[in-house]
Write a new protein. Sequence first.
Lengths: 252, 115, 80
Amino acid sequence: MSRRARLAFFAVAAAGLAVTLGVGLAGLPSFGSQLTAYARMLNELASPQRHVTDVVSAITFDYRGIDTLFEEFILLAAVAGISVLLRPLSDESRQLPEDKAPNRKIPPPSPAVWLLAVLLSSLLALIGLETITHGVLTPGGGFQAGVILASAIYVIYLGTNYATVERFQPDPLLEASDGVGAFGYVVIGLLGLLAGDVFLSNVVGLGVTGNLIAGGTIPLLNLVVGVEVAGGFAILASEFLDQTAVIRTERR
Amino acid sequence: MSVLAYGVVAWLFLVGIYGVVTSRNLIHMVVCLSVAQSATDVLLLEIGYRTGGHAPVFVSLPTHPGPAVDAVMQALALTDVVVGAAVTALLLALVVQVHKRAGTLDPDALRATRD
Amino acid sequence: MSEAVIAVALVWVAASGTAVVLTRDPLRQAFVAGFFGLGLAFLYLSMQAGDVALSQIVVGAIALPLIVLLSLAKVRKGRE
């Protein structure tokens, strides 16, 4: 339909949606007044039952662990979809970036930028590792830390050039870490089945509240999810980077 | 306060959808879609908020600071944010390939049939 | 006090969300989207959601602008 017709239809539909949203949102309890019974119960029980201090991590990886498994697989599917979409097509070739002037290599970035990239990426890698391991104690955990670890690689690209970053993210390593992370989650879930309990139940020893290694399978799941998300986001950026820097359409 | 809080959610969603409908550039459209998606995260957290509550992290403190906010909603919103970014990247990969084949980023100029 | 902070964060989010939609050029929109992501992180933090704020900061300030800018670079290169 033409643009005008589409806009007119949208105006009517948006008015209807706004009214429905308004009526629906007005039926909610007033902002900040009460919590659901499930939430209150979990806040009380999570710390004594699972020996962790960060209840959000306990919910993500233990009480609602199966939802996180599905979310992780959505991430895996999205990254696989990007890899398929951005593969070199039949009329494209991969060539390393080169200077427009012939017989000249691309000049390396200035030493100050290189130093900043080294410092920032090391800092980001350390912060990522710290966030993974402290996910049971403080806000953090696998998902956030995976993105922080991937951004350590992004900073390397921003401060140096394509050839350097390719050395840090070989494709087999990234794909292996993505797959191992996703598979590792399922394996840890199967440990519960092997122990005679349900899938994804917390069967490893729980430890003492307040230690880094406490909460049974929760730090293990944090680790595998962190590996998976880091691999996934690094693949994502590497595919886009290849498209921008390397893949060129052949002239017909 | 309730009106402002829930009104911002409805406003963000509608503005995002308006951006998608009236967009003339596919990349602009994808970013507007991510704005509409963040409205749902904000709503999740608003439902789980309790006035005077603290974050659901229970380290041992000398005095008890009061009730905690809803941790289940935070768990849902947390994975939503990260996975939403990956799906947005998938949409942008689609946009890049569309541009290669059609040569344009204007959604009105795209045709369903091949020329 | 905390209610006032949440109100400020909500207004910031609504205003920058509108700005993201009204910025038609994708390159400028990427920067405004970074500002919107920062506002979202501030809102989540003021609602006592530390985990979600951490996710939003790393995703909205690092991953998303990078992907948008790389797509823009690819599209511009194709146009030359």
